[in-house]
Ligand binder design. Structure first.
Ligand SMILES: [Zn+2]
Length: 71
């Protein structure tokens, strides 16, 4: 997986949001949402949510039970 640089934008109230910037072919820079970037590459639970940590499910009890039943 290609790493992206750590970049942040300051939101109202002093909150920092992690983002990444992508330079477009025309030279303009577009900011992307870092969390969305991670989620787009993360493993998915059977229910479609992003898996937590290195797990195979999103952490919901139902999904964990379903994973156990499939084995
Ligand atoms: Zn799930």
């Amino acid at each position: 997986m290609e790493l992206i640089p750590r970049e942040y934008v300051a939101l109202r109230g002093g909150v920092l949001k992690r983002v990444y910037s992508v330079e477009m072919p025309d030279g303009t820079v577009v900011l992307g949402d870092h969390v969305a970037w991670l989620e787009s590459r993360a493993a998915r639970c059977s229910c479609g949510k992003v898996c937590r940590g290195s797990g195979q499910t999103c952490g919901d009890a139902e999904c964990i039970a379903a994973l156990g039943a499939a084995r």
